[in-house]
Design a protein around this ligand. Structure first.
Ligand SMILES: [Ca+2]
Ligand SMILES: [Ca+2]
Ligand SMILES: [Ca+2]
Length: 434
């Protein structure tokens, strides 16, 4: 499945590539936007950074009753990752998805009675948060083949102060906020292109068996391929963002018309349908759709070029597929027919028991995660002042993220563990050029 990729991959987002490499690198608009489209993008940008408040209020009203944060931007800081969870503490940018064993008629995880599908750890005055969540770490030492030691930390999440008893059967999946740029381009990759990388039963025998998730599309009332979220459990930006307004902040909208506390003992029975207007929802979706991708740096550096070869020979490329071409889109030429370099196949892979959660999501098992795009990863430090990775933020840098790979990625991880210090440095230099 190793394929050749061309030399133009420094233009990570095709014609929607930008050259900001500072703290705003993830937050630039498509350079091709103008006129009315720019205005809509800016309206969405304002929604993304707005702080929502308790109803009734003249502006940005509808927060809660239960929520995880007061704005999109407080979790996706600078359109990037969240704040890293500290040992013994909690992180506002990380939440727990929860479910009961089993599936509904569309294959979705079952809501936990009284808690729904996500634990809200904050609440407005007069309402109790569903729970508090804290994380603690256990540390273990490992060794590269050359004898150099490394240390990995494994998180344990504790749920306390639940407002009613949390059923013991509750399944849990921790989720750390991810960067949100380039998503319109990912949404524009044709479905057949994603499916062409599937190998569910590993018929080519390389140990890798990516599979697509299929999830319920609420707006279209049909099953669609999943693209967003750590388990590819969400079919579209529209659904992801409507869910974020509803679950993360507490704003009812056209896709999720009921408060998340609906049917719970704390439900206030107020008729507060559609706290978010359709036009502001569309503007926020358009904003997410039209965030550009930062260009690569140092592409001519000999170590970077060597690191890129090592990325191929270590078989990273089998899942972190470098490039895709977006579909032709006559209605929205800005997104049409672009060669982009996200370094992901958007498919699910078994990553081994060490990375597993306990909550399946549609077709994604406990051990399975969507290959996250690696574009822009070298700018994490510049944008978010940290380099914490993986679905729960446990990796403190790229090296640790790679060393956690297991399951289908065990060969790739061992290839990395066996590399000389110089080769590891070259591979990291390549990743930091993305
Ligand atoms: Ca509300
Ligand atoms: Ca909940
Ligand atoms: Ca295979």
């Amino acid at each position: 499945m190793i394929e050749s990729y061309d030399e133009s991959d420094w233009l990570a987002g095709g014609k929607q590539t930008v050259y900001d490499h500072g703290s705003g690198a993830y937050g630039e608009a498509f350079p091709t936007l103008s006129g009315e489209l720019s205005t809509t993008h800016n309206t969405g940008d304002l929604m993304f950074s707005s702080t929502f408040v308790t109803a009734p209020a003249p502006k940005n009203s509808g927060l809660g009753p239960i929520f995880n944060a007061v704005s999109c931007a407080s979790c996706h800081i600078n359109d990037g990752r969240g704040d890293a969870p500290a040992d013994g503490g909690s992180s506002a940018s990380l939440f727990l998805k929860v479910s009961e064993p089993g599936q509904d008629e569309h294959g979705a995880p079952l809501n936990v009675p009284g808690f729904g599908s996500q634990l809200q750890t904050k609440a407005i005055f007069g309402t109790q948060p569903e729970a508090t969540v804290t994380v603690s770490y256990t540390y273990e030492t490992g060794y590269f083949q050359d004898g150099t030691s490394y240390e990995l930390r494994k998180p344990t999440f504790s749920i306390n102060n639940t407002y009613i008893l949390l059923p013991v059967s509750t399944l849990i999946s921790p989720r750390f906020a991810r960067p949100v740029f380039g998503l319109g381009l990912l949404e524009a990759i044709p479905e057949w292109e994603i499916l062409s990388h599937e190998d569910t039963y590993d018929s080519n025998g390389d140990g890798i068996s990516g599979k697509a998730n299929y999830v319920w599309n609420i707006k279209e009332q049909k099953t669609s391929i999943g693209r967003f979220g750590w388990k590819a459990g969400v079919p579209s930006l529209m659904q992801q963002i409507a869910a974020a307004f509803s679950q993360d902040i507490g704003l009812t909208n056209m896709i999720f018309p009921s408060e998340t506390s609906f049917n719970q003992s704390q439900y206030d029975h107020l008729n507060d349908e559609k706290e978010l207007s359709d036009s502001l929802l569309y503007a926020t979706v358009f904003y997410m759709k039209t965030l550009a991708v930062p260009a690569r740096r140092d592409v001519q550096d000999p170590d970077v070029i060597r690191g890129r070869q090592l990325f191929g020979s270590a078989t990273c490329i089998n899942c972190h597929v470098p490039n895709h071409r977006t579909a032709v889109n006559v209605a929205f030429p800005d997104i049409s027919n672009q060669m982009i370099y996200p370094y992901s196949d958007l498919l699910l892979h078994d990553m081994g028991s060490n990375l597993a959660d306990t909550r399946p999501e549609y077709l994604a098992f406990e051990t399975e995660w969507r290959t996250p795009p690696l574009w822009g990863i070298g700018l994490s430090q510049a944008v978010n002042n940290h380099s914490y990775f993986l679905h729960d933020g446990r990796a403190r840098n790229i090296t640790e993220a790679i060393l956690w790979h297991g399951g289908e990625a065990i060969i790739a991880r061992e290839n990395f563990r066996k590399m000389s210090a110089a080769d590891r440095a070259a591979l990291l230099k390549f990743l930091n050029s993305l």
